[in-house]
Design a protein around this ligand. Structure first.
Ligand SMILES: [Zn+2]
Length: 283
């Protein structure tokens, strides 16, 4: 189609007319979807759901199918929205926002829904969100989602408070170089892991000896403890991470050394059992 011959004014008027027609076609399609839904025909036609039918038989993209089904079902409950869709006061996107809001807040009363729809007429997506937010006075919790997008990557959404987001921006500024979310996350996880491990290491290596006690020959050096901890990280016998002890594989009393090779991590229980087996009692 070539529109080059149209004058500017006619092009504008024509565009408006076609847009109106498109809205008319949209509501007409909603009525059809609504009726197919009412008759549950999609299963007769061997589709698994109304959505499946919309995508595979009508050729709608998934997002578009979702919006139309939501609006078609709302149209069945509230016929008044038809005229509002046609005159542009409501669109499929903000209808979907209201629908999700009602679902999350367990709003089923049609009069309440109608009232909410009245309040969001002619609003943009962002304005609709703000309006809905103000209606409850509580922040819409949103949903944290995780979606596999390739064999090595997932798309994850997190809900962050303003404070957290601000802190995150500060960290980014401090780092000073552009990073992908993945790189930033890796960096933060690495730092956190290091801190947690350090604390844990400190906890389990704090010597229990009292002041003035001489470090005896059986004391394991901090360096060996650190290496053993980083190697084993948990009870090598049962995998527990609670009440970990450094244990001599060959008991010190029997000539075992304080080397990394002869030291292992055992939980309290396993350590006790090992000692009993060796006929050594430890306190
Ligand atoms: Zn154990």
């Amino acid at each position: 189609m070539n529109l080059k011959h149209l004058t500017n004014n006619i092009l504008r008027m024509d565009s408006k007319r076609v847009a109106r027609q498109e809205k008319g076609a949209t509501t007409l399609l909603l009525h059809h979807i609504k009726e197919v839904d009412r008759r549950r025909l999609y299963s007769d036609w061997k589709f698994t759901s109304l959505f499946d039918w919309c995508v595979k038989d009508l050729g709608l993209c998934e997002g578009s199918a979702h919006l139309r089904i939501t609006a078609a079902r709302l149209l069945a409950d509230i016929p008044e929205i038809e005229i509002k869709i046609e005159n542009g006061a409501l669109n499929l996107s903000n209808i979907s926002q209201v629908n999700q809001f009602c679902r999350e807040n367990n709003i089923k009363d049609l009069e309440v829904k109608k009232d909410i729809l009245n309040q969001i007429e002619n609003l943009t997506k962002k304005e609709t969100d703000q309006k809905l937010f103000s209606l409850t006075g509580i922040q819409k919790p949103g949903r944290e989602t995780k979606k596999r997008i390739s064999d090595k990557k997932s798309k994850v959404t997190y809900i962050l408070s303003d404070d957290t987001l601000e802190a995150l921006e500060e960290v980014k500024k401090l780092i000073g170089i552009q990073m992908s979310s993945d790189e930033l996350m890796k960096l933060m996880i690495g730092a956190l892991k290091e801190k947690v491990e350090k604390n844990k290491f400190k906890q389990i290596t704090t010597p229990k000896q009292t002041k003035g006690t001489k470090v005896s020959g059986r004391m394991i050096s901090a360096e060996v403890k650190r290496k053993v901890y980083l190697r084993d990280k948990k009870c090598v016998n049962c995998g527990s991470q609670h009440r970990l002890n450094f244990d001599h594989l060959k008991p010190y009393a029997l000539g075992g050394t304080n080397t990394i090779e002869n030291i292992r991590l055992l939980c309290f229980q396993c350590n006790q059992r090992a000692s009993m087996k060796m006929g050594l009692s430890r306190r």
